[in-house]
Design a protein around this ligand. Structure first.
Ligand code: F6R
Length: 241
């Protein structure tokens, strides 16, 4: 694993954007696995800036997002579909048909999970998977559990995740309780992985995930078994390692 220590969130975002940009330059038709949340927003902003300057072209890029809340429609401003369009897709030239996000409005979970796995398979897998890290060690919405879940699946979100997400909703009751998420196998089969993490509140979980035992109780710890992981963190997040 390579660890890049960034000064702050801005520096972390620039470093991450550089790595994503290098991937797109080296393989213009690459498959990018993308994440939502606060951690990657700065990297998306930086990529948009470089796109507007003409330094990067996304016209051949294909994307697969990690996850989506079950039951939220695309136009719900808390859906990951909405988030991705607002923070990235609407500002760059990725063709809409090359964008893949689990369909939160599909109520048949088995059907949607099978469809999404087939989407990832038909794209030929993921070249670069961007990840954030949950306070409980989750990646995507792969929550701590007894075993690593391999396939795309529908998860009941843990109390800790509901707690972390409720800042985005008016009322706690509005926070979705279920989500579709890519499984650990698709993430682990990505050619390379880029995890971005910032803030003192993530320091403890960074230490457990990357220097503790590999266990489904800390889903991100499985990344220790991947050959090509790059962790870009700010000083605060990396302060315990
Ligand atoms: C988002 C996702 C989550 C987040 C994680 C960290 O698509 O899959 O695993 O990456 O919850 O969220 P932030 O970046 O908001 O701290």
């Amino acid at each position: 694993m390579r660890i890049y220590r960034a000064k702050d969130y801005h520096d972390m975002s620039r470093k991450a954007a550089n790595i994503i940009s290098a991937q797109v330059i080296m393989k213009p038709n690459c498959v990018l696995g993308l994440a939502t949340g606060s951690s990657p927003i700065g990297a998306y902003k930086q990529l948009i800036e470089w796109y507007h300057k003409g330094d990067i072209d996304f016209s051949e890029v294909r994307t697969v997002n990690l996850d989506e809340y079950k039951g939220l429609s695309r136009d719900n401003d808390q859906s990951y579909y909405y988030f991705m369009h607002k923070n990235f897709f609407d500002a760059v030239n990725i063709p809409p048909e090359s964008i893949n996000i689990p369909n939160g409005m599909e109520s048949d979970a088995a059907k949607e999970c099978a469809r999404y796995d087939e989407v990832i398979r038909s794209l030929g897998g993921i070249d670069l998977q961007l990840l954030g890290l949950g306070h409980n060690g989750h990646i995507g919405f792969n929550e701590p559990g007894e075993a690593f879940e391999k396939e795309t699946h529908c998860v009941a979100l843990t109390e800790s995740t509901i707690e972390a997400n409720k800042r985005f909703f008016e009322r706690e009751e509005d926070v979705p309780r279920f989500a579709y998420t890519m499984g650990i196998r698709s993430i682990m089969q990505a050619h390379s992985i880029l995890l971005v993490v910032s803030g003192q509140d993530k320091a403890e979980i960074v230490k457990r995930a990357f220097f503790g035992p590999v266990t489904p109780q800390v889903p991100a710890s499985v990344l220790q078994l991947h050959n090509h992981v790059t962790l870009v963190g700010d000083e605060a997040a990396l302060s315990l390692i």
